[in-house]
Design a binder for this molecule. Structure first.
Ligand SMILES: [Zn+2]
Length: 161
């Protein structure tokens, strides 16, 4: 896994730490540097996920804390003016998000949501490392269920006369 040269690693970290990089670009660069290959803004999929990892059956959404209403987050503050309007708008967005995720799940996709506040420079590395961890768990899960099916098939064959 860790076959990167020191220089490469430095460049990766520089990409991750680059200020002013859009959050979704940052996550894409990170995944690319770790050998993941993906599609972006997959228009046929509900909610147009920011990153689609087909091999992992996984969609990643990078959500702005305000527009997607990150509960309990200090970056999600409803403006003092036109409060009702904003409240209704954000609620609609949240409903749409959860509908999209339910739809994706029913199509067999895993969904990962990363909030923009989780990509602020102080917490970014932890977030990205835990993303890798989650992806490896998903990979194992997909892989395990597949080999389990194969196992079942072969035992059936043995049982047959
Ligand atoms: Zn947040």
């Amino acid at each position: 896994m860790d076959r990167l040269s020191k220089e490469q690693r430095h460049r990766n970290m520089a990409a991750i730490h680059n200020k002013g990089t859009k959050p979704e670009v940052m996550v894409r660069k990170f995944l690319f540097s770790r050998g993941f290959r993906y599609r972006i803004n997959h228009h046929q999929l509900p909610g147009k996920p920011d990153i689609v990892l087909r091999k992992y059956n996984t969609c990643i959404f990078i959500n702005g804390c305000f527009w997607h209403g990150h509960d309990g987050c200090k970056y999600f503050v409803i403006p003092k003016t036109r409060t009702e309007f904003w409240h209704a708008k954000i609620e609609r967005n949240k409903e749409r998000d959860s509908e999209n995720k339910q739809q994706l799940a029913s199509m067999g996709w895993h969904c990962i949501t990363i909030w923009e506040c989780q990509l602020k420079s102080k917490v970014r590395e932890v977030t990205l490392e835990s993303l890798l961890y989650t992806l490896s768990l998903i990979f194992l899960k997909n892989h395990q269920s597949k080999s389990y099916e194969q196992l079942e098939d072969s035992s059936l064959m043995v049982a047959e006369p």
